[in-house]
Design a protein around this ligand. Structure first.
Ligand code: NAP
Length: 279
């Protein structure tokens, strides 16, 4: 049996990248899926490509009425909601804290933190009424370690990790689970978007980030392979499915080990250098 057979899922930020792959995998695993995002053409095309199990709703996750309507669409169309993936998000901003624009900071938090809270709130209401459900938030390696992204983004993702725990203990007694996935560097359009490239051009050039990451992560990522949207979708699937039915308030880092520590060869080389200097 497919792992999401009979389940209904909403995936925010499904017009590209990680969210698009999660939606695809969930449909392949038997779910009926509502894809959400702000870009209507991309969303309608992706939903159409997934067949009659998929539909698209235009939604800005920082706008409560949009999120309420998104969940309402899923329940009206399919009669229930089993899985909510709060994945939508944009890039951070690289200014120093001493120059950081407060409005820019607030905007990042409104998408990444308020957006996730609204997704939990509205999906949670339906799931509490049903007595079951699984909410999966997409956090980030950057929420655990500073210095891997803009400080607004990093701060927001740290908040998503704690919001996940807060919501998990809030909703656990109602049979609703809340967990998060924290990707390391995954080549998607988000990086080019952060550099000011128009969104669809950025999505189309996602693979060009691979070479940059290979250089960047060589001394930091113990399992030195490019992390793909498949890797993140597989973790989201496990949290979404009943295979994880007793798991709540947890995060899984899909980061090749970066959050655990440095590759052994890198620290060995450093120790050799220190020994050479002292002997
Ligand atoms: N790629 C990585 O290395 C990485 C690492 C850690 C965490 N993440 C997280 O993974 C998630 C997906 O990112 P991605 O890498 O797949 O980038 P992406 O391809 O740019 O996808 C971002 C998605 O979020 C949507 N989105 C952005 N702002 C939104 C808003 N206000 N309301 C609704 N949808 C919005 C975008 O759709 P529209 O433009 O159509 O709205 C798009 O579908 C994000 O939360 C990101 O922070 C990514």
């Amino acid at each position: 049996m497919k792992s999401l057979e009979g389940k209904v899922a909403v995936v925010t930020g499904a017009t590209s990248g990680i969210g698009a792959r999660i939606a695809e995998l969930f449909v392949a695993e038997g779910a009926r899926v509502v894809l959400a995002g702000r870009r209507e053409r991309e969303g309608e095309e992706r939903a159409a490509a997934l067949g009659s199990s998929a539909s698209f709703v235009r939604c800005d996750v920082s706008v409560e009425a949009d999120v309420e309507a998104l969940v309402g669409h899923a329940v009206e169309r399919h009669g229930r909601l089993d899985v909510m993936v709060n994945n939508a998000g944009g890039p951070g901003n690289m200014a120093s804290v001493t120059d950081f624009d407060a409005e820019v900071f607030a905007r990042t938090l409104s998408v990444h933190v308020t957006g996730v809270m609204l997704g939990i709130k509205h999906a949670g209401r339906q799931m509490v009424a049903q007595g079951s459900g699984s909410i999966v938030n997409v956090a980030s390696l950057a929420g655990k370690i500073a210095g891997w992204s803009g400080l607004d983004y990093s701060t927001a993702k740290a908040a998503v990790l704690h919001l996940t725990r807060c919501a998990a203990i809030d909703l656990g007694e109602h049979g609703v689970r809340v967990n998060s996935v924290s990707p390391g560097f995954v080549p998607t359009g988000i990086f080019a978007k952060g550099a000011g490239v128009e969104a669809s051009a950025a999505d189309a050039s996602a693979d060009s980030a691979v070479a940059v990451f290979e250089t960047l992560m060589k001394d930091s990522q113990p399992i030195f392979r490019t992390i793909s949207t498949d890797d993140i979708a597989a973790a989201a699937l496990w949290f979404a499915s009943d295979a994880s039915r007793l798991v709540t308030g947890q995060d899984v880092g899909v980061d090749g080990g970066v959050s655990a520590g440095r590759p052994a060869s890198v620290s060995r080389a450093d120790r050799e250098r220190i020994r050479g200097l002292l002997s």
